[in-house]
Design a protein around this ligand. Structure first.
Ligand SMILES: [Zn+2]
Length: 429
């Protein structure tokens, strides 16, 4: 047995000393992420099946349609549930019409659970919790309502999330369905990230958006709500600029949101224009199109939950409650919030007034946009100090890895040269 040269022993000793640090670095580079809690959440297939069964148990109140569309080998389908009591025709223009969409972003599973809860309450299989007086709707009110509800707008994207791509928000071919609409489409901000916000090849390039546009234009709702998660907020137009529309329509929207915030969000929810309040502008969004082009007088984007303490890579936990008490409370609070809107919406909006909304710009809102805390567009607080610490950690990891690599190369080189020197006498003999 040949003796190790002393230098090699030192090298191995150093490498052994560094081994725990190396493992730690590798562990931090790929931290564990929270998996989907299947005890709390339905799979998309199960949810669709449950909703079909619910509708079939209540033909006097609920009906369901499936719309299909596709192009360039990509196909999508969208289920739309209609709530309309007494089997009346949903195209009766005297009704007060509400259009709700959930699950536009794949990773926001909780929104579709809320859709199912709202449908269960509308069918009277479940009941509103008696919180904050509850918004009990009497038959006279319910008779005037027609609600169309899309439980999972982005079914293909949701499938990708269920297959393990927990941070996916885009559709089945990588387009953000909330950037694919026609108002201010395709404009990119400085911090544009195609992984998150790819707007597609053209406005309405995506089958899902085409279906939603058709639905909105034909149904012509009085209220539109696009339900998301990632933070707690009640947004009104606009997303693509730092302002809200001015005048009475805007006041009515804001006043309804303030009531919902007070009753169901304990005044925690951020209220204002999407573009002004969240700290970044979003172009080609559904709500801006529904307000500007479909001319829906009350067009909102709700953000119902967000865990901004968690790592932005831990997407299931960031966008969805992971424990039963939070899950239950959230569904109770937000289903109650929607029933408050079903109750107050018609009173806040004079049905006889024209649906054309006034679109003046308020300089106050413009300035307000600069005074709120800036968040990055994925819902995570990105304060300067956090960014600095993250970069220092990354550089430290790189430094440690490169040191180990250099040490390894150095040791191999010594080993080689020693072996080389030893080998010469062998050959010579
Ligand atoms: Zn979203």
């Amino acid at each position: 047995m040949r003796l190790q040269p002393p230098l090699l022993i030192i090298c191995y000793a150093i490498l052994s000393f560094l081994q725990p640090f190396l493992l730690l670095v590798l562990a931090q580079t790929n931290p564990s992420v929270t998996p989907i809690n299947w005890d709390l959440y339905h799979s998309s297939d199960d949810l669709v099946e449950q909703i079909h069964s619910l509708v079939h148990r209540h033909p006097d109140k609920l009906s369901i349609e499936t719309f299909k569309s596709g192009n360039k080998g990509y196909n999508a389908e969208v289920n739309v549930v209609t709530y309309c009591r007494g089997g009346r025709q949903s195209d009766d223009r005297s009704n007060f019409r509400i259009l709700l969409t959930f699950g536009q972003h794949g990773r926001e599973l909780i929104t579709s659970e809320l859709a199912f809860r709202i449908l269960s309450i509308l069918s009277e299989e479940q009941f509103l919790p008696n919180i904050n007086g509850g918004a009990t709707l009497n038959n006279t009110l319910l008779d005037k309502l027609v609600i169309k509800l899309v439980p999972i707008e982005n079914f293909n994207g949701r499938k990708r999330v269920e297959a393990g791509d927990l941070c996916e928000r885009r559709n089945g071919r990588g387009v953000d369905l909330n950037r694919n609409w026609g108002v201010d489409w395709g404009k990119k901000e400085k911090d544009y990230d195609p992984y998150e916000e790819n707007p597609g090849t053209a406005p309405f390039s995506e089958p899902e958006t085409q279906i939603m546009r058709k639905l909105a234009l034909s149904f012509d709702p009085h209220i539109w709500i696009n339900v998301h998660s990632g933070m707690e907020a009640l947004f009104m137009p606009y997303d693509h600029k730092n302002t809200t529309p001015e005048g009475l329509p805007s006041q009515k929207m804001r006043s309804l949101l303030e009531k919902v915030d007070k009753l169901h969000c304990q005044n925690r929810c951020m209220i204002g224009s999407g573009g002004g309040s969240v700290g970044y502008l979003a172009h080609g969004t559904a709500t801006d199109y529904i307000y500007d082009v479909v001319r829906t007088p009350m067009a909102f984007t709700f953000e119902i939950y967000g865990d901004n303490q968690t790592s932005s890579r831990d997407c299931f936990k960031m966008f969805n409650p992971v424990d039963l008490p939070t899950f239950k409370t959230l569904l109770n609070d937000w289903s109650a919030a929607f029933f408050t809107i079903f109750k107050l919406g018609p009173f806040h909006l004079d049905q006889n007034s024209t649906k054309a909304a006034e679109k003046w710009v308020s300089i106050d809102e413009y300035l307000d946009g600069y005074l709120v805390e800036r968040k990055n567009r994925y819902g995570k607080n990105m304060e300067v100090i956090d960014v600095g610490m993250q970069e220092i950690k990354t550089y430290f990891r790189l430094f440690l890895l490169s040191s180990v690599l250099l040490m390894f190369m150095f040791c191999s080189r010594i080993a080689k040269s020693k072996y080389g020197r030893n080998s010469i006498p062998v050959v010579m003999q």
